[in-house]
Write a protein that binds this ligand. Structure first.
Ligand code: UTP
Ligand code: MG
Length: 608
């Protein structure tokens, strides 16, 4: 189906509305005319059906009643055929347009959600369950698809069927017509009553389903931990508890439904019997003709149908409306403004001088705990700043401020003398290369992982050079398809150290102004670390580099070493200065050299 790009790129934020029906209507932007065609077509089909009964009445009244005018049989037969054809044709047309509407609207919605979720802030993602996001982007979107495919068209159809048949019934006989819809207000009342309850039940059911998919997703990701701790039974019990809860909520939802249908059917049944009874009495008394009676019997079914459908619709619409809310909750979130900021230096002119002045920072979910407290230091292009400190002391948090993953809460951070907040996030991220503490590789080829996010054509030589610099080229060549080997579930499983080195290669290729290595050599042996360090040496030249490491050996040559403790800088200086001071640094150094000495002795004694 070809859809214009303005329809595909429509900003779904426009569909946010307190009035859910209005919101659902706006969500159809660009497809509304298709929806209208679908509804009008089904209306025509309804008219054709109604006309069939009116033709029947004409035929019976004139063919079998004494004194009836002579009729043209072939013409009437043709009429019946044409009406049947029209009904079928319009029904088909309606189904087609309804499908196009439903599939088109949800296709756009799925794309929008995928894009939107990737643009949400780190804070949002660290506070939201992945399972919940998956649930809303799949199951809830599907509920919306059903809403547009069935209920939205159904609503129009029911409305038109009702109006057309009501008018037809009135034209047969006014009293009969009025009696046939006596049930409508009661039906409406009962439906609304159920609508409220089923809405609530469905919402709690969807919530529980999200809980369940979060559990499932977490256990699949952490299956190694589960196995290592032999916690299968514990996890199974937890899953079963969640699953049982879902079962209970599902049962409640079904009970509501199974209560509603008999009630609505009974009401409709009474209505029908009452109508038949009255029509029969009127026919016997000669108040209406036999043709009218027959047409009434046929038509009354087609007015009961929409009345019954009205209840079904109102109740089923609740699922669409609940899902609308759940999806809109995500869409309502503000995207991380990538282009907010008024300062973008000309390409290639960024130096990379940094100055932290009394910078403090706290995460949004815990605003009273200062993760960084009064950080002050400066460094120039070409320098290496090393961060050392116990776990949780704030090292990662500090470097995460630079690409503006998070914004500092107090103080001032200058990049080339300009406040960091004035730079756009997009610019900063194009200039800063991070090798994360736990690098993530996509289930794509090694080559795609290395060239990820470079944003330009890269030659084979460049890729190989980057891999060599990261000391991973030789490893890659041992894989079955070298650089074209798939990473992950369908390909090779990389070791922690190999992953880190692929991530380093990726960052080298990006050629950033500011380089951040967050514990990047923690999972490689000392020899490989030496190789990487040597390769990085040339890379670090002319850039500002941050190195976070636990081994003093890896940071000895840094221009500035910051020792962190509980969000504060407790010691600063070069290796020699710090060794001369009595403090944490010397303690760590002593412990590490002692361990290494002992190791060396052990190795020596074994090899003797
Ligand atoms: P860091 O993640 O900055 O510590 O967390 P670190 O120095 O890098 O630690 P290691 O060496 O990698 O282990 C600093 C503090 O910030 C909190 C953590 O709980 C920790 O106390 N934190 C971190 C949050 O509150 N929210 C986050 O999203 C991340
Ligand atoms: Mg860290």
């Amino acid at each position: 189906m070809s859809v214009s790009s303005s329809v595909l790129n429509y900003d779904l934020k426009n569909a946010i509305s307190k009035n859910r029906l209005l919101g659902l209507w706006r969500l159809m932007h660009g497809f509304q005319w298709k929806y209208i065609i679908a509804t009008v077509s089904i209306g025509f089909a309804a008219v054709a059906k109604t006309c069939t009964y009116l033709l029947l009445r004409y035929f019976v009244d004139n063919a079998f009643t004494e004194g009836g005018t002579s009729i043209n049989l072939p013409l009437i037969a043709l009429g019946f055929i044409l009406l049947a054809g029209a009904e079928g044709g319009f029904t088909f047309l309606s189904g087609r347009f309804a499908a196009q509407t439903a599939e088109g609207v949800t296709r756009r919605l799925r794309n929008y959600l995928f894009d939107h979720i990737q643009h949400l802030s780190f804070t949002y993602h660290s506070q939201t369950d992945t399972g919940e996001l998956i649930q809303r982007s799949t199951s809830d979107v599907d509920a919306l698809r059903r809403f547009y495919a069935d209920q939205a068209i159904g609503a129009g159809r029911i409305f038109l069927l009702f109006v057309v048949n009501f008018v037809a019934l009135l034209s047969l006989n006014v009293t009969l017509g009025l009696v046939s819809v006596i049930i409508v207000p009661l039906m409406f009342y009962v439906s609304i009553l159920f609508f409220r309850r089923i809405s609530k039940a469905y919402e709690s059911y969807q919530e529980q389903e999200a809980t369940l998919s979060t559990t499932l997703q977490e256990n699949l990701t952490g299956v190694r931990v589960v196995k290592a701790f032999a916690r299968q039974q514990f996890e199974m019990d937890k899953f079963e508890r969640d699953n049982f809860e879902k079962f209970n909520r599902g049962k409640k939802l079904l009970t509501m439904h199974s209560l509603f249908w008999p009630i609505s059917d009974t009401l409709c049944g009474f209505q029908m019997v009452g109508g038949f009874l009255l029509a029969s009495i009127m026919a016997v008394n000669g108040q209406i003709t036999v043709g009218t009676y027959l047409a009434y019997v046929g038509l009354v079914v087609w007015i009961i149908f929409p009345i019954r459908g009205l209840g079904r619709m109102i109740v089923q619409m609740s699922t669409g409306m609940v899902s609308y809310n759940r999806v809109m909750e995500i869409i309502r979130q503000e995207r991380e403004p990538l282009d907010e900021g008024d300062y973008t230096p000309a390409a290639g002119t960024l130096r990379g001088d940094l100055e932290f002045q009394n910078v403090s920072f706290a995460y949004e979910d815990n605003p009273t705990q200062k993760v960084l407290d009064d950080i002050t230091f400066a460094c120039q292009r070409g320098q290496v700043v090393a961060l050392l400190g116990s776990t949780g002391s704030g090292k990662t948090s500090l470097v995460n401020l630079l690409p503006r993953f998070y914004d500092y809460t107090a103080g001032s951070l200058l990049l080339d003398g300009v406040e960091l907040r004035r730079y756009t996030r997009r610019f900063l991220r194009s200039q800063i290369g991070i090798v994360e503490q736990e690098p993530f590789l996509f289930s794509r080829t090694i080559r795609e992982n290395i060239t990820y996010g470079v944003g330009r054509e890269v030659s084979e030589e460049e890729i190989v050079a980057a891999a060599q610099a990261a000391a991973v080229h030789d490893v890659i060549l041992t894989f079955p398809q070298a650089y074209n080997t798939l990473v992950g579930e369908k390909g090779v499983t990389l070791s922690g150290g190999q992953k880190q080195r692929v991530a380093i290669a990726r960052t080298i290729l990006k050629n950033p102004r500011i380089l951040i290595l967050d514990d990047s050599t923690s999972s490689v042996d000392t020899e490989t670390e030496g190789e990487i360090r040597q390769a990085l040496q040339s890379l670090m030249q002319d850039r500002t580099t941050f190195v976070i490491a636990h081994r003093i050996q890896s940071i000895m040559n840094a221009d500035l070493i910051l020792v962190m403790d509980d969000g504060r800088i407790v010691q600063r200086g070069r290796h020699e200065d710090l060794l001369a001071q009595d403090g944490i640094y010397r303690q760590i150094f002593n412990i590490q050299t002692r361990i290494e000495d002992e190791l060396e002795k052990e190795i020596a004694s074994v090899s003797e």
